[in-house]
Design a protein around this ligand. Structure first.
Ligand SMILES: Cc1cc2nc3c(=O)[nH]c(=O)nc-3n(C[C@H](O)[C@H](O)[C@H](O)COP(=O)(O)O)c2cc1C
Length: 321
């Protein structure tokens, strides 16, 4: 059963949070176009001594979505989500939880660690918590710690992808879990959204196709590289953050490395607090999932979502009759 907050979307899609790439412009465009938009709290970076930018972002998102809803009562905006990186290197976690709690963030997405107190904070302000997992063991732990739903991150996903086939991952989780289940990894068309549902997921979780949008906070060359690349251009490596992730081979070449001969890294190098290895990973070495063969132009996010909605309806009519 889906909670009401995830039930009334235009299409069953949550736009995934992307380090550096997702900010208020993209989130507002995604929500106005009818899918859940999201961003990592860590993207809101301020200099020492400045007021928290996360506070300002959340105020702006709430105000703009409210204005949209008042002007368009017949097609209200979808709710938004904030991603918390629950890893020991995230020194801001406590502060960011307090800010999100104060703003009554409706959907909390947690990654790289499941913690009871984060889920409690989400529930306490009326929200729901979704935790991303790469296998069934982590999935059980996340539910034990109070998450309401799961995001199955399968092989081929952008960022820190899992190694498992989406068929295997969804099948094992659905065997015991009947709550909200999202599937991520190389989903880039409406047909693939329907396939995720046919497999047993409730919603698709889509990231990389939104890098090639006007609202994404990404350099023009990164956006263009997404539109010119396909699955064969995606390299899996743990070198850049200490955790296995998927990256665009041309960006690795541009940084002077050979994408076919990368070393592996020590997991202790992992850093999500703004350390140099992470900064280099996402600002020079560009992340992407394998599904980008379907992305051939840079468009407003609303256009990408309109296309997904048309493709989803057509696939449903063709397959389900
Ligand atoms: C450039 C990039 C940055 C990402 N950063 C984050 C992040 O900060 N937090 C997070 O939970 N997931 C992050 N992800 C993973 C996405 O949330 C999601 O699992 C993935 O995009 C889904 O696969 P897809 O890109 O093939 O659609 C990132 C993905 C990409 C491509």
């Amino acid at each position: 059963m889906l909670p009401p907050i995830l039930s009334n979307l235009r299409i069953p899609v949550v736009a995934s949070p992307m380090f550096i790439v997702s900010g208020p412009d993209l989130v507002i465009a995604q929500c106005k176009a009818g899918i859940v938009g999201s961003f990592p709290a860590l993207n809101a970076r301020e200099s020492d001594g400045e007021a928290p930018l996360l506070d300002a972002w959340l105020t702006r998102i709430a105000e703009e979505l409210d204005r949209h809803n008042q002007a368009n009562p017949d097609r209200p905006a979808a709710p938004f989500a904030v991603n918390q990186i629950v890893h020991r290197s995230n020194a801001r976690l406590e502060r960011d939880i307090e800010i999100c709690h104060r703003h009554k963030v409706p959907i909390w997405i947690t990654s790289l660690g499941a913690r009871v107190e984060v889920n409690q904070a989400a529930h306490d302000c009326g929200g729901i918590a979704l935790h991303d997992v790469i296998n069934n063991v982590f999935a059980r732990k996340a539910i034990e710690k109070g998450a309401d739903g799961l995001i199955a991150v399968a092989a081929g996903a952008g960022g820190h992808a899992g190694p498992q086939s989406p068929f295997a991952l969804v099948q094992e989780i659905r065997d015991w879990f009947d709550g909200p289940l999202l599937l991520s990894g190389a989903i880039a068309t409406g047909r693939a959204v329907l396939a995720a549902q046919a497999m047993g997921a409730d919603l698709a979780y889509i990231g990389s196709p939104f890098i090639a949008t006007e609202e994404a906070n990404a350099p023009a060359d990164y956006k263009r590289m997404i539109t010119e690349s396909g699955a064969m251009d995606i390299v899996t490596s743990s070198l850049f953050t200490g955790v296995s992730g998927n990256y665009l081979a041309p960006s690795i070449r541009a940084a002077g490395m050979d994408p076919d001969n990368l070393e592996t890294a020590d997991a202790s190098a992992m850093n999500f607090g703004g350390g140099s290895s992470k900064a280099k990973a996402w600002s020079q070495i560009w992340g992407s999932g394998q599904g980008i063969g379907a992305v051939r132009d840079i468009v407003p996010a609303a256009t990408r979502i309109d296309r997904l909605a048309c493709e989803y309806a057509a696939a449903k009519a063709a397959i389900c009759g």
